[in-house]
Design a protein around this ligand. Sequence first.
Ligand SMILES: Nc1nc2c(ncn2[C@@H]2O[C@H](COP(=O)(O)OP(=O)(O)OP(=O)(O)O)[C@@H](O)[C@H]2O)c(=O)[nH]1
Ligand SMILES: [Mg+2]
Length: 199
Amino acid sequence: MIIKNPRFEISAVKPSQYPKNDLPEIVLVGKSNVGKSSFINTMINRKKLARTSSEPGKTRQINFYNIDEKFYFVDLPGYGYSKMSKQEQEKVGSFIEQYLFNSKKIALIIFLIDIRHSPTENDRLMYNYIISSNKPFLILANKADKIAPTKVIPTCESLQKELNPLMDNIMLPFSSEKKIYKDDVWEIIEKVVNGDGPF
Ligand SMILES: Nc1nc2c(ncn2[C@@H]2O[C@H](COP(=O)(O)OP(=O)(O)OP(=O)(O)O)[C@@H](O)[C@H]2O)c(=O)[nH]1
Ligand SMILES: [Mg+2]
């Protein structure tokens, strides 16, 4: 997909602030610091459209990026940042739940986990939520540049075994640093956005 005019549209903290149109939404979920905001920048070839930080807890609201009036990338806050106050963690958790529960336009959930670590307890909760939501999803084992290239595929497979023993979900490695698997992910996004059925 050739992207011409990606733009930040709105930061929302409640459903009444979500965009009021019918564009499909592709939402990024995952723990804090796993690379959700960076993923958006990578996909659209912009360094700083979505704000990122080496400190976890950067994204605190629900940010909608309008991609050429075709779809939205929805950047959610991450979960599980232990240094955030309990109150703030609860607030962020309720933004995530409220969005996932209320939005009728989610076309694809992109679930990022860190390729270097076993899924966390919160990752498992998110995985179970996604399965029960019945929405299309894709799991990405991010930061693949951080491990040896020969280990990328086997590590991705063993992570998938942990999370999805039946191995029937789609899980790919990804790296915003090295841009690996970017084309494969675009292919899936295009299918979803064009309503071309299962990918
Ligand atoms: N090496 C490497 N670093 C990455 C990759 N993706 C993101 N990062 C780095 O990880 C840090 C966190 O990235 P963000 O994109 O802000 O993470 P996030 O998931 O949006 O974090 P929150 O907004 O706190 O939930 C930044 O320092 C990024 O540069 C990747 O694929 N490889
Ligand atoms: Mg972020």
